[in-house]
Design a protein around this ligand. Structure first.
Ligand code: HEC
Ligand code: HEC
Length: 363
């Protein structure tokens, strides 16, 4: 485990050096081309449902691998008994639908009957840029920041997402609810969930093995999955803006002083050095009272992973459903565990608020 982390670290360093020299890392080039490639129906695209024909169709802001606009949001659906609970999945699961035909059970247009969907949650496309470095953060580094019982009594908890993989437990790092442990697992998950493409069984449980179209499974080879995973792993973290405006440094001080850093941890340790992601990768509930949404085992409705803030300037809109148009809107959309911290922000002078935003825009 440790060894492979170190090896990956060495690759990341070389990706930094090799940027702009195509051909030096053929697997990176192949992975990039596959991420960009529109798959065809003849290749197995769709099951037959699908949300898009390429990874890049959604992950493109500000560059390939990045975030997506509201237009490519997908929705999940379930039943929470009119908000009274308990939450149950509808037949066929929570879906992840953008373009599924209305006849698919649970979709908004589907008549709500007994056991039908009565709660929907939009999911915005997050950026994957820098996620190779996040993949290297050891589980123990993430769990070290947990505060399951709010021992320091600041109203902020923080729980790591635990996922059952084969017959052991791993820590989730990826997805809005940290529902996926490893970057490579997300390639399998997205291939099937977003594009209706089956991938080979690697025993981890994130691949879709068979689907409803007539193309022979697996529709994508293990080499292709590995190439995309390698491409994502090598995408270097977003570079800091490097502004020398003194307000940016003041903004960082404010970020700590008012409590943003309690969840948006500036950096987490990995075997190849500090990862300046501005997240603790833990689940928190910062949704307003009465929020209704998806529940999963280990991540109740309203609980989302603290998102990384590096490169945040280029990935609007914000929050899991894209409810915030800009950074100020994102801060004002923090409630629950972040109630006091948001109030601290609201109590700042306007110049201090501006400095905080300038700091975020420099990340
Ligand atoms: C229809 C739009 C869409 C397409 C196509 C798509 N994605 Fe995504 N991607 C999303 C959304 C939405 C999420 C967040 C899902 C969630 O957590 O509920 C996501 C999340 C991710 C993440 C995790 C990011 C994080 O912040 O943790 C990775 C990695 C990823 N996608 C890779 C891929 C790959 C690889 C492909 C192609 C095989 C792909 N995606 C295709 C919309 C898309
Ligand atoms: C209690 C933990 C917590 C605190 C404190 C907190 N945040 Fe967050 N933050 C989150 C979570 C969780 C989300 C994701 C919510 C969602 O997806 O709906 C989030 C989302 C964000 C986003 C949107 C990111 C994206 O990619 O969409 C920004 C920007 C942000 N926070 C900045 C801040 C700033 C600035 C502060 C201090 C004023 C702060 N946060 C305080 C937990 C916290």
């Amino acid at each position: 485990m440790q060894l492979s982390h170190l090896a990956l670290g060495a690759f990341i360093v070389s990706a930094f050096l090799l940027q702009g020299t195509p051909g030096e890392d053929p697997q990176f080039d192949r992975g990039r081309a596959l991420f960009d490639k529109p798959f065809s129906l003849a290749e197995g695209l769709g099951s037959p449902e699908m949300n898009a024909d390429s990874c890049r169709a959604c992950h493109s802001d500000p560059s390939i691998g990045g975030a997506g606009p509201l237009e490519v949001n997908v929705s999940r659906f379930g039943n929470d008994n009119g908000g009274v609970g308990p939450f149950t999945n509808v037949v066929g699961g929570q879906g992840l639908s953008k373009l599924f035909p209305p006849t698919v059970h649970g979709r908004e247009e589907y008549p709500v009957g007994p056991g039908g969907a009565d709660v929907f949650e939009q999911r915005q496309t997050p950026s994957t840029i820098g996620h190779g470095a996040i993949d290297q953060i050891p589980a123990a580094v993430i769990t070290a920041n947990e505060d399951v019982a709010d021992a320091n009594n600041d109203g902020i908890f923080g729980v790591a997402r635990r996922i059952r993989v084969a017959n052991h437990t791993e820590i989730g790092r990826f997805g809005w609810k940290a529902q996926i442990p490893r970057l490579a697992d997300f390639v399998n998950d997205a291939m099937f969930g977003e594009m209706g493409l089956t991938t080979p069984d690697n025993g981890r449980g994130f691949a879709g093995l068979t689907d409803g179209d007539s193309v022979a499974d697996p529709e994508v080879t293990q080499d292709e999955v590995d190439d995309i995973a390698h491409f994502l792993a090598m995408l270097p973290p977003p570079a800091r803006g490097g502004s020398t405006d003194p307000r940016v440094a003041d903004g960082l001080k404010t970020f700590h002083a008012i409590g943003c850093a309690k969840c948006h941890t500036p950096s987490l340790h990995s075997p190849s050095g500090p990862v300046p992601l501005f997240s603790n990768l833990l689940l928190h509930n910062v949704m307003p009272l009465g929020f209704r949404g998806m529940a999963e085992f280990g991540a109740e409705a309203g609980f989302f992973k603290t998102p990384a803030l590096w490169g945040i300037k280029g990935t609007a809109p914000y929050m899991h459903d894209g409810r915030a148009e800009d950074l100020t809107g994102a801060i004002l959309a923090h409630f629950g565990e972040a109630e006091t911290v948001r109030q601290n922000y609201e109590a700042l002078t306007v110049p201090d608020q501006v400095a905080l935003i300038l700091f975020l825009e420099d990340l």
